[in-house]
Design a protein around this ligand. Structure first.
Ligand code: DGL
Length: 266
């Protein structure tokens, strides 16, 4: 198989990374995708740095065994904690969601006050702040961990009163700091977009990391001459380290379309 014909590998701690698969499928229709979700060990966002480093390495190794041409770490927690150190160990492009999200916020902010939300691990890593400051040291960054958002989305409660209350509680300090741009720094948060908009008001622009990374992926594939040149629609394969009973319904909400086939990796 020629290099261009090989699939794109995408991994996440669980099913949340399917928001990235959705964005990539929309942008690059003819590419094949292999997705790996570490559902046996999710969540990563509450784990130690050592555990996240180890899991990230193993997730990448699995995708390499599938002969992929490029890898996206769809998980913000992995992107924030592990990617810089782990990606240099491999000789194919490995793209995280953090850098494209951080860069997009620098382009979009007008008042140079940016908010970042994510898991506890992502926020305490300080990686978003560091990346934004590298691009524009004048930007003031305000961060907040939103640990209840992941279970709220997995429960299917993203458009409920409870979600709105949680969003107001988490986001009001950021609004009080007069941010004009908010980065949704977690795979699950794009599903909360409407609720987050209702909580922060329409004047704050939301950055969806899934969309930002799919643009960077397209640029990388073009630059490396790896874009698949066919009109045919690409296929997606889904692998999980465990298949929990409620998986299909949950996964289809993230992906936005039916999932035909899933394989367990052990
Ligand atoms: N995928 C994770 C992230 O984007 C959220 C779920 C988890 O904590 O593993 O940070």
């Amino acid at each position: 198989m020629g290099l261009k014909e090989k699939p794109i590998g995408i991994f996440d701690s669980g099913v949340g990374g399917l928001t990235v698969v959705r964005a990539v499928r929309k942008a690059l229709k003819s590419e094949d995708i292999v997705y790996f979700g570490d559902t046996a060990r999710v969540p990563y966002g509450t784990k130690s740095r050592d555990a996240i480093m180890k899991f990230a390495g193993e997730d990448i190794e699995f995708l390499l065994s599938q002969d992929v041409k490029v890898i996206i770490a769809a998980c913000n927690t992995v992107s924030a904690i592990a990617l810089e150190e782990v990606s240099v160990l491999y000789d194919l492009p490995i793209i995280g969601v953090l850098q494209p999200g951080a860069r997009a916020s620098c382009r979009i902010t007008r008042n140079k006050r940016v908010g970042i939300i994510g898991t506890s691990a992502t926020i305490s890593s300080g990686a978003y702040t560091e990346n934004i400051r590298k691009v524009d040291p004048c930007i003031k960054v305000f961060t907040g961990a939103c640990p209840l958002f992941v279970p709220i989305v997995e429960e299917g409660w993203e458009d409920t009163e409870l979600a709105l209350l949680a969003a107001r509680q988490y986001l009001s300090p950021l609004v009080a700091n007069e941010i004009d741009t908010l980065v949704l720094g977690c795979t699950h948060y794009p599903l909360l977009k409407n609720t987050i908009k209702a909580a922060v008001g329409k004047n704050i622009g939301l950055i969806d990391s899934a969309e930002a990374v799919s643009k960077l992926l397209e640029e990388t594939l073009k630059k490396e001459n790896l874009l698949r040149d066919t009109e045919n629609k690409g296929n997606s394969k889904f692998y999980l380290s465990d298949i929990p009973p409620n998986f299909i319904g949950l996964a289809e909400r993230f992906l936005g379309e039916p999932i035909k086939h899933v394989e367990r990796t052990y």
